[in-house]
Design a protein around this ligand. Structure first.
Ligand code: S3P
Length: 173
């Protein structure tokens, strides 16, 4: 079974993913990290030097390389489901989980950020909040196709595991 964690920047995909993988004795993988390893550059550098389209292609290629793996929790990037038919590929390969966090909470979490995420670099306050709302509104159509929509701001890993149980049992593990 592959478990894909999907959601906006700052929704806690990597943190939740690590906890979840630990509890299930699954491996954990962070898609952004794998793209950085493949390209030998940080995400910001890939965006700056090669552009977003190039990043999306690399991201899709790395995702594709994971689809035959097993017993793995994969923390996706915030845009992963929205490009290159990635959402369908993930839905066919495993269970998709949308970590839903309200835009105000995302804005609070992302406001202290120091240029790690190129899509919100240099933004803060009302401008950041506005940008998050607009980007999220454009992405929710993809995020909401997930098998599980999880209230990530108000619940913990135990609750997520309960929601995943039927999928794990179906796989016989
Ligand atoms: C992106 C989110 C980032 C990273 C890249 C683009 C996005 O991942 O993939 O900066 O399009 O939302 P996180 O969601 O892990 O920050």
């Amino acid at each position: 079974m592959l478990i894909f964690l999907i959601g906006f920047m700052g929704s806690g995909k990597s943190t939740a993913g690590r906890l979840l993988a630990g509890s299930l004795s699954y491996d954990f993988t962070d898609l952004d990290k794998l793209v950085e390893e493949r390209e030998g550059m940080a995400i910001t550098e890939i965006f700056a030097r090669k552009g977003e389209d190039y990043f999306r292609e690399s991201e899709a290629a790395v995702l594709k390389s994971l689809l035959d793996d097993d017993r793995m929790v994969i923390a996706c990037g915030g845009g992963t489901p929205c490009f290159h038919d990635n959402m369908n590929k993930m839905k066919n390969a495993g269970v998709t989980v949308y970590l839903r966090v309200p835009p105000d909470v995302l804005a609070r979490r992302l406001s202290g950020e120091k240029g790690v995420r190129p899509l919100i670099a240099g933004m803060k306050g009302a401008r950041l909040k506005d940008h998050i709302r607009r980007l999220l509104a454009g992405r929710e159509g993809w995020y909401r196709q997930s098998d599980i929509i999880f209230d990530a701001a108000g619940s913990g890993t135990g609750e997520l595991i309960s929601l995943l149980k039927p999928y794990l049992e179906q796989e016989g593990r």
